[in-house]
Every structure is written in structure tokens, then in C-alpha cells.
Design a protein around this ligand. Structure first.
Ligand code: FAD
Length: 638
């Protein structure tokens, strides 16, 4: 983390200097008549987007929420490894690591062959496959995740806070203007309940959950089916003689249904997902009037010979499983050639069963994908057509999620006994669980080739940095201060692109890496010179970092290109944190771990949302230009 570039300031470095002419954005400020981006809904999708946009004072963002304030408990709790990597970019990955429960192992319980009325442990697997991410899979109350995003928003230059007590009722898009074409009607749900307010916006993002008004307003329809199965979820403080209560467990009983146990933050709390009854095709779960006592009784039956003694029921909910997806995540129907103005994200455009722990994760990943694109358009770096890629990229991922989740939910709700052995020595749900691990970790996302994702022509130069997939971090040592760290942790949610230049065997003056740095810095046609405003820091848009194969002590005395020690900020202070080398202290050699070609090196281009956009030879200056030309507009000043 770097700070004091603009001068020394006491206090927490997380609190960024406030933007001078910002609109008052605290919850009590009057609503403005027009904004750049209006976000509906303070769930994980809306808050993740707001935290991203809050970093950019030039974007006037408003986020509204009908509830009177933040939620305090309940809803989702699974934070997968990919989301933890994203939290790192927002600056609170370490905080979540400290507070959360870490899912290290998952245990499987099934009917005991000697007594089918009792369950017995039949297997255990490591929950995060070795080397798949440097971050853990964690469990933490969704409300706490909200709080962490709210903190980022409040500390951002815009000091953004939600406007509670307002619901988006409807919106209209004026096709004949480019100037704030979306007119939004908000309804007060607080002290002035029923009061209406219209606001004009350039863009609207519906993060307003499964019953989204934004989706309805743009004609989006949910398609899918229901599994006609009632489930209950409860967060409890309880005593039990069940031995694996501090492990994530999948439990299948012979005659009483299935259950999922999720230990939670703090050491005492845990969550149970309990299978209740099958529903008739026309029946809704609410008609059954299930209670928390029904759930506790079912849990005790499933867990035999063990029992649970509940001391405090913290939160509970009963639901039925549905898998639904909209045709598109924006307001432009298929086949129409225009740029979108209104988007939906999260549960507003896809719903699935909670037990694969994806709801909160996928919702945040949706809006992380959209956030940097909106920023790029507002900053004049890209044409608005960039925003078409949001629906294209995220809908494909949501479709995959629903297909996998569908299969998983059916296995978890299979009639008693059927989800057990399938003829092999491993129960079907354990086998499927292992097969799904990369997917449930959020690591299987792979965006298709597009203007934003280059072709795999040179993928062989670094097969471990797969184009279209998230940048898979690995250890390095920062040369200036011999600091061991993760290369991926350089990425902040700041809207910048990154080029990681891996030096080949020839890495001194005159080598391909030096030539690349010289071209980037000096050639008026280079991507850095073309896309960075003349009055901005040289790394304001595209951040170049170099990774060498030698150890730090050799490199310390080596002359490096000026671009790798740039002078930036109002004082022109030298930046010492652009140069890295392999870790020689045992954490691992990044070249070896990711298969980077040691002879030739390569460059890895990474998008602001941490996805690998391209892998190219260090000499491929023109190919790099061609790639960026397809995304960026030439820089304007300011
Ligand atoms: P949400 O979290 O639903 O957030 C939508 C927000 O929009 C809400 O704050 C809502 O008040 C607001 N809103 C609604 N209407 C409007 C409007 N008209 N204008 C403006 N704002 C509006 N997932 C699990 O994995 N495990 C669980 O046990 C689990 N339990 C859940 C229980 C409940 C009661 C709910 C609602 C969800 C649960 N989920 C669970 C799902 C999980 O919480 C969601 O997948 C996740 O929160 C999706 O995030 P989101 O931001 O898209 O939507």
C-alpha cells in the first residue's frame, strides 16, 4: 500500500483525501435532480459497485435503498477465494481473513452401514485445492461484508453513503437524448412514505434483488424452474455432541433428508441448511407455514445419534430452490445495435440455490465487471460501446452457474439414500463436490475472446496466466526493500490496467524488457503515451511492473529503465515499487509456478477487474497497440 505521495497526512491511510467540489453524499442530504449513475439496492451487488465508483470524483453516483439502514444479520455467508482476491483489491481482504471462519476441510456424513438410522463420517476433502489461490475460502455474515464496503465508500474521495428510505419504482429511457436519458421515479419508504421524486441519470444499475423493479422496467423476464423442495436455514448458537461441528459438513441421512453445516466467524456461531419437505408443483413454500422449531426438530432427526441444543436462534429463513436467469443483463434487446443505459446485476438477473454459496459472490463479481467499464467510459478512456461487453460476459457466466447449481441442488435434494454410493467407492455428493471445487471457488470463470480478451496465440509463453481467467497471483520479492509479497496484491480497485513484464534470460540494458519500457515511455504512439493524459502521472491509466529472474541483491545495483522508477504525484516523488524478482526464500518461483518462458519472458496484460486480457512477447509492441486500440480512445487532457 502506497500513500503520502501528495504530502504527509496523519491518521488512517485508508481514508483518502476528500474530493474538493463533491456533492454532499451523506444519508441525510437532499436527493439531487440528476446524477451520472443511479444504483438501486444496497445488497452485495450494489455496494460493490458503489465502492468502486466512489473512487472516482468525476462520477456523481447515487445509491438508494428502501430499508431504513444496513442489514444486521442473515442472508448469505460464503465468500469464495475469487471474491477474497477481489476484497484484497478493495483493501479489506486481510480484515476478512482475520474475522472470518476459514473453510479448510469439508467432511461428508452418510447413513451408517451398521445402523441406517445413524449417520457416520465417510470422507473428508481439503476445501481449497492446493495452489488454487493464495486466499482462503471464508464464511462471514453478509451484513459484515456490507459494512466493509460501506466503509470503503465513506473513506473514498467522494465520501459516498447510501440514501436509505428510497425505492426505485419505475424508469423510462428517452431514446432521443444522450444527456441523462434515464428518468427514474423513486418512492420514499421512510418518514415521508409515499413521496415521489424523479431523478435523471446517465446510467442506472438495478441491484434491487430477485423482485427487481429495474428488471421489470426494461422488460427483463426470469426464465427457469423450481426444484419444488423446501429448505430451511438458521444461524444458531448451540451446544452439540456432533464431533465435526467446526468443519463444513454435508450430511445425508437415510430417511430424514439432507443437511449442510457451516461453522461461522467467532468460534461459536454456526449455520444449518436443513432439508424440509418436498413441495407439490403448484405449491408455494409459504403455504406450509414451517417454523424454526420444525427446522430444529428436522436437524436433530437428521443428525442422529447426535443432537443439537439451541441456546440462541440468531436468524432463520425458509425458502424453496429456484434457478432463474434473464435473457439479458441490460436494456438492449438482442439484435439491436445500440449502447445500453440500464443494467441489472446480482439476484436481479439470476437466482439459484444458496447451498453452493454463490449468490453473494456472483452478484459482487457482476458489478465488479461493470464498475471499471463505467469508470473507463466516464473518464473518456473508452466509447460507451464498451458497456455492451457487460451483459455478454456476465450472462454467459451466470448461465454456467445455474447449470452447475441445478445439478448440485438435485444431488443435495435427492431422495434419501439416492445421493449416497453410485457404484464407486465415493458417495455421489462427495465426488460432485470435488469436481465443483474450482467452480465454487469462483476460479473457473473464463471470458471468451473479444475486444477485451486477446487471442491465445502466445499463451504458451505463460500457460499459468490463462487468458480470459483471473490473474492467478504468485509470490515475488519487491526489489527495493526485499519485501516478500503476492504479485496479485498490487492490483487495487482503482480502474487501472496493469502490464506485468516478465524479463527473459537477457534482462539487462538493450534487452526486450528495456526496449519495451523505452517504447512505452518515449514513443508517442505507445499505449502509455496515447492513452495517458499529458497532465496525468505516467502510470495513471496503465501501470507497468517488471519481474526479474535474479535475486533482489543482484538487481538492487542494476540500472533500470526510468519508467520502472517513475517520478509521480504533485512532488514528483520517485516510485520504488515497480520492480520485483523471484522469491528465493522458499515461497515459490513465479516463473516456474506459472510456466513463464524463462528464455524469452513475456508481458501479461491485466484488466482493472483482475482478469488476464492478453499474453504477448515482450517485443510485440504493435500487437499490444492493436489490442489497446480496440478498447481505448486517445487521451484527452485532465
Ligand atoms: P440482494 O442482497 O437481494 O440485495 C438487493 C437490495 O435491493 C436489498 O437491499 C433490497 O432491499 C433492495 N431493493 C429491493 N427493491 C428495491 C427497489 N425497488 N429499489 C431499490 N432497492 C431495492 N444466499 C445464500 O447463499 N445463503 C442464504 O442463506 C441466503 N439467504 C437469503 C435470505 C434472504 C431473506 C434473502 C433475500 C437472500 C438470501 N440469500 C442467501 C441470497 C443472497 O443474499 C443473495 O444472492 C445476494 O445477497 C445477492 O445480492 P444482490 O445484491 O444481488 O441482492
Amino acid at each position: 500500500m502506497q500513500y503520502y505521495k501528495s504530502g504527509f497526512r496523519g491518521g488512517s491511510p485508508d481514508v483518502k483525501p476528500a474530493a474538493p467540489d463533491r456533492r454532499p453524499r451523506d444519508g441525510f442530504a437532499a436527493l439531487p435532480d440528476q446524477v451520472d449513475v443511479l444504483i438501486a439496492g444496497c445488497g452485495p451487488a450494489g455496494l460493490c459497485l458503489a465502492a468502486q465508483l466512489a473512487q472516482f470524483p468525476e462520477i456523481d453516483t447515487l445509491i438508494v435503498e428502501p430499508k431504513p439502514g444496513p442489514i444486521e444479520k442473515g442472508q448469505a455467508d460464503g465468500v469464495n477465494t475469487r471474491t477474497m482476491e477481489m476484497f484484497q483489491a478493495f483493501g479489506f481482504g486481510e480484515q476478512v481473513k482475520r474475522e472470518s471462519y476459514w473453510v479448510n476441510q469439508t467432511a461428508f456424513w452418510a447413513p451408517d452401514a451398521a445402523n441406517a438410522d445413524h449417520i457416520t463420517r465417510i470422507g473428508r476433502v481439503q476445501d481449497v485445492p492446493e495452489g488454487s489461490s493464495e486466499m482462503p475460502h471464508t464464511l462471514l455474515n453478509q451484513a459484515r461484508v456490507h459494512e466493509l464496503f460501506l466503509e470503503v465508500m465513506k473513506n473514498a474521495p467522494t465520501r459516498l453513503q447510501p440514501s436509505y428510505g428510497w425505492a426505485l419504482r419505475d424508469l423510462q429511457i428517452d431514446p432521443d437524448t444522450e444527456d441523462h436519458p434515464v428518468t427514474v421515479t423513486l418512492e420514499n419508504t421512510g418518514v415521508n412514505a409515499g413521496e415521489l421524486k424523479t431523478i435523471r441519470a446517465n446510467f442506472v444499475v438495478g441491484c434491487d434483488g430477485a423482485r427487481s423493479n429495474v428488471r421489470r422496467a426494461i422488460g427483463g423476464e426470469m426464465h427457469g424452474d423450481a426444484a419444488h423442495q423446501a429448505w430451511g436455514v438458521m444461524d444458531i448458537l448451540a451446544n452439540t455432541d456432533f464431533p465435526d461441528i467446526r468443519q463444513k459438513c454435508l450430511v445425508a441421512s437415510a430417511n430424514e433428508g439432507n443437511m449442510l453445516i457451516l461453522p461461522r466467524e467467532g468460534g461459536y456461531l454456526f449455520r444449518l441448511y436443513v432439508e424440509l419437505d418436498k413441495l407439490n408443483p403448484e405449491e408455494r413454500v409459504a403455504e406450509r407455514n414451517f417454523t424454526a422449531d420444525d427446522m430444529i426438530a428436522a436437524a436433530n432427526r437428521i443428525l442422529q445419534p447426535y443432537m443439537i441444543d439451541v441456546k440462541e436462534l440468531v436468524w432463520w429463513s425458509i425458502y424453496e430452490i429456484g434457478h432463474r436467469l434473464t435473457d439479458r443483463f441490460d436494456n438492449v434487446p438482442a439484435g439491436q445495435d445500440r449502447d445500453p443505459r440500464v443494467f441489472t446485476a446480482g439476484d436481479a438477473c439470476h437466482t439459484h440455490s444458496p447451498k453452493a454459496g454463490q449468490g453473494m459472490n456472483v452478484s459482487m463479481q457482476d458489478s465488479f465487471n461493470l464498475g471499471w467499464k463505467l469508470a473507463q467510459v466516464f473518464k473518456g478512456r473508452s466509447a460507451p460501446s464498451l458497456l455492451r461487453s457487460y451483459s455478454a460476459e456476465r450472462r454467459a457466466e451466470a448461465k454456467r452457474l445455474i447449470e452447475t447449481d441445478h445439478q448440485w441442488a438435485r444431488i443435495m435434494s435427492a431422495p434419501p439414500g439416492q445421493s449416497e454410493l453410485d457404484g464407486s467407492d465415493m458417495p455421489r455428493f462427495q465426488k460432485q463436490f470435488i469436481e465443483n471445487l474450482e467452480f465454487t471457488g469462483g476460479l473457473a470463470v473464463k471470458y471468451e475472446g473479444s475486444a477485451l480478451i486477446g487471442p491465445p496465440t502466445h499463451q504458451a509463453l505463460a500457460p499459468g496466466f490463462e487468458i480470459g481467467c483471473r490473474f492467478h497471483s504468485a509470490p515475488v520479492v519487491r526489489v527495493a526493500d526485499a519485501m516478500q509479497m503476492q504479485l496479485g496484491h498490487l492490483a487495487e480497485a482503482d480502474g487501472r490496467w496493469r502490464i506485468f513484464a516478465f524479463a527473459g534470460a537477457d534482462s539487462g540494458a538493450g534487452s526486450p524488457l528495456y526496449d519495451l519500457a523505452a517504447w512505452l515511455a518515449e514513443d508517442p504512439h505507445s499505449v502509455l503515451r496515447r492513452y495517458t493524459p499529458a497532465d496525468a502521472d505516467i502510470d495513471a491509466v496503465i501501470d507497468l511492473r517488471a519481474i526479474f529472474q535474479q535475486s533482489f541483491d543482484v538487481l538492487l545495483d542494476q540500472q533500470v529503465p526510468a519508467l520502472l522508477r517513475p517520478k509521480t504525484g504533485p512532488f514528483g516523488l520517485q516510485d520504488h515499487e515497480k520492480i520485483f524478482c523471484v522469491d528465493h526464500k522458499g515461497a515459490g518461483d513465479i516463473f516456474e509456478m506459472r510456466g513463464v518462458d524463462r528464455a524469452s519472458g513475456c508481458m501479461v496484460v491485466v484488466r482493472p477487474d483482475q482478469y488476464v486480457a492478453h499474453v504477448l512477447p515482450l517485443e510485440a509492441h504493435q500487437a499490444l497497440s492493436a489490442f489497446f486500440d480496440g478498447i481505448f480512445l486517445p487521451a484527452q487532457s485532465g
